[in-house]
Design a protein around this ligand. Structure first.
Ligand code: PLP
Length: 549
């Protein structure tokens, strides 16, 4: 086995890396006048740590790999690109890879002007060991493998991969993006004895951080320092690192084992559908599914806003769609839609929306009222409200408009008796929908607070912590505002606070009763807007007790 450094391009071997201001001084305390930063603290005014020492420390602890063997990139894409830039001389060197596989290998090769030699997987998507070795020549610097492979879903046996690492005269990149879902073990333990091995992993899949763009490469210490000197100095930003510190603290084993379980259930159910020809075994969080008419099915699914990946025009994947394992509810929707498309007999269930999207629909039918409320906490404040009470509709509109929560309310109540049942039941249904949409409450701001408003002063304090308490001090002087009795406003908010499981304290002053009611609804909307707001970078339960009801 040659020393891997022989494979590194000459210009990279001779590179004098950029020395950033922050990489020269290692301390964290001091008066920093070296990097031309703005000295006023806003959380982001300083450059990030170019070597991501703290983040690597956490990953090192999780993976059992020393920090010096870890590179962190802006997604795995950065690591893939760096492999070409470090090892392959444009227009001279080449890379070999399995096909079908992850599309970025080919794109990054093309960008770097490296010729890319694809070797088709063999029968049953097995690894073409001899084919890969014989496709390589004296200018082949990289061999790219992906296990579990995307899009075929299968993992290759460790011995076969190691055989290639030991017999290929160049660097072998093994992309383990889906390793957490696999029955095969990672090759991380093999790094020390195989200096020409580079392993890629990512926080995008099992760790659920695709939005943060954090890809990992593991290799020998010397090679990691080459990666560090070729990358952009500050390739990982402070916001991304902070978010990852929090998210890496959680235990993903339960979520991963549920996804693996759901994958098997989904595979079994899809396999029974008449126009599904094959569901390939998967070691990942997706299924490759061969169907009679992939384009037709793709279109029908996307018309229903169900997006899967059409891989049917890729050689080796003819007739196949790649389907990610979703929540159980999402998987149910998928199975029902595929069955319906294939003409199989299923009662189509209504789409159930998963908790993580912070939407909920609650239907409440009693002898007195029939009410449907749909809320979307990530909405844009659009509303469609019809309760039969005009002034009440106007007030509910204020909640949507000023909270930014999209709100659909349809109520048919016994208004011929009086307003009581309708207003009470709308409050209960709306409260339940908001409570349901809040889901596990992770990352929410939890509290709202008050703002003064015009001639009236309305103060609405809210705590979504889960305990119910209601206080009301709003002195209406008229019996009715529009078609709504003023006493019903108190009852509305009290019922709402109970159904939402929240503390709600409302105090208002003012002359004009219409304005008084309106200011209360607006202030409630503003308080709610702040309290339900989810910090995208926090997965924490907003309580020092670590739990909410
Ligand atoms: C999803 C995926 C990745 C991850 O890419 P990121 O850039 O880290 O999000 C890497 N490799 C394969 C094969 C993948 O499917």
């Amino acid at each position: 086995m040659k020393d891997y450094s022989a494979y590194i391009r000459k210009n990279i071997r001779e590179l004098t890396p950029y020395s950033s201001a922050r990489s020269e001084y290692k301390g964290t305390e001091g008066i920093f006048l070296d990097a031309n930063e703005n000295p006023y603290d806003n959380g982001y005014n300083r450059y990030p740590d170019p070597l991501q020492i703290r983040l690597k420390g956490i990953i090192s602890g999780i993976k059992g790999i020393p920090s010096e063997n870890i590179f962190i990139g802006n997604g795995s894409d950065e690591a893939i690109d760096l492999c070409y830039r470090i090892f392959c001389e444009p227009r001279i060197d080449n890379a070999v890879a399995i096909a079908p596989s992850y599309g970025m290998y080919k794109v990054a090769a093309a960008v770097n002007d490296i010729s890319f030699r694809e070797v088709q997987l063999e029968e049953g998507f097995s690894l073409p060991v001899d084919g890969l070795l014989s496709a390589a020549d004296g200018n082949t610097k990289l061999m790219l493998l992906c296990s579990p492979n995307n899009p075929t879903g299968n993992a290759f046996p460790k011995e076969k991969i190691l055989y290639l690492v030991e017999h290929f005269d160049g660097m072998v990149v093994v992309d383990e993006a889906y390793i957490d879902f696999s029955s095969q073990q990672s090759l991380l333990d093999e790094l020390e004895s195989h200096p020409n091995l580079i392993i890629l992993q990512t926080l995008s899949k099992a760790w659920g951080m695709a939005g943060l763009r954090l890809g990992l490469a593991y290799a020998s210490k010397d090679l990691i320092s080459v990666f560090s000197s070729v990358k952009y100095p500050y390739n990982i930003n402070i916001a991304g690192m902070r978010a990852a510190f929090g998210l890496l603290g959680r235990d993903i084993t339960k979520e991963v084992s549920e996804l693996k379980h759901d994958r098997e259930i989904l595979a079994g159910r899809l396999g029974k559908i008449s126009c599904v020809r094959e569901v390939y075994p998967s070691d990942a969080n997706f299924l490759l599914v061969k169907v009679d008419d992939p384009k037709g099915l793709y279109k029908v699914l996307s018309d229903k806003k169900m997006i899967v990946r059409d891989r049917s025009s890729i050689p080796g994947c003819e007739g196949c769609l790649r389907i990610t394992v979703g929540t159980p509810e999402e998987n149910d929707c998928l199975v029902d839609s595929v069955s319906a498309y294939c003409g199989d007999d299923v009662a189509e269930k209504p789409a159930v929306v998963s908790e993580s999207v912070r939407m909920a629909t609650v239907v409440r039918n009693t002898k007195e009222t029939k009410i449907t409320v749909a809320v979307d906490l990530e909405g844009n404040g659009v509303s469609s409200i019809n309760t039969g009470l005009h002034f009440f509709d106007h007030m509910l509109d204020q909640i949507a408009h000023h909270s930014g929560i999209s709100l659909r309310i349809a109520a048919e109540g016994d208004l011929q008796v009086d307003e009581h049942h309708t207003m009470e039941d709308v409050a209960i249904t709306l409260g339940e929908a908001l409570y349901k949409a809040l889901g596990n409450k992770r990352g929410i701001e939890r509290y709202g607070f008050a703002l003064p408003m015009d001639d009236c002063r309305a103060m609405v304090l809210i705590d979504l912590g889960g305990r119910i308490d209601f206080e009301w001090d709003v002195p209406f002087t008229r019996e009715m505002v529009g078609d709504v009795p003023t006493e019903m406003f108190r009852h509305f908010f009290k019922s709402l606070s109970e159904a939402m499981h929240c503390n709600l304290h409302i105090v208002a002053k003012g002359e004009n009763n219409h304005h008084l009611a309106e200011s209360v609804f607006k202030a409630f909307a503003r308080a709610l807007r702040q309290a339900v707001h989810k910090n995208k970078f926090s997965d924490e339960i907003p309580s020092s007790k670590g739990m909410l009801w």
